[in-house]
Design a protein around this ligand. Sequence first.
Ligand code: GRF
Length: 187
Amino acid sequence: MVKKNACIFISGAGSNLNNLISRSRDYTFPINIKLVISNNSRAKGLNYAKKNLIPYKIINTHSRDFEYKLLKDLKRYNIAIICLAGYMKILSKNFINKFDKKIINIHPSLLPKFKGLNTYLRILKEKEKKTGCTVHYVDDRLDNGKIILKKFFYINSKDNEMNLKNKTQRLEYSAFPEAIIKLFRNN
Ligand code: GRF
């Protein structure tokens, strides 16, 4: 199988990045990770790129021509898919249109419920019966694009923010790779 080149965008811990790196070692997994982008130079997740010798770049989203430079890099690495894995910035419409390949994101709720930040606390406050994660295409609105897949579990009365996060992230580690497989199987 000919694998596609992927770029993962992060801002923080990078546990999804780490998971995708280990999944991509399997020759049947449809992507290889060729580039990691972070808007945060102190993101812990950058260590996974370093450890696995994956090129990475810190992008300064305040600079005027950062999108132009980014598009050039994506072209240089022949990137067919961008996976946002805890990337805390919204991509502009201009960038999304110009890239014109797949861009997907993983969000820790059952979209369209609970878009945005502080998801776990809001889910608990609303006394939801179930929660989970969603993988979706990215458009220029927050957590908004077409849904690729969701996975859920039932919330237990003893769940707090911490274990809701743990349970959700455990699901993410199967949902993100599954969504990627689904995308390339259908294309
Ligand atoms: C994930 O839970 C994802 O749903 C959200 O940000 C978190 C990133 O975690 N968008 P990590 O950096 O992959 O550990």
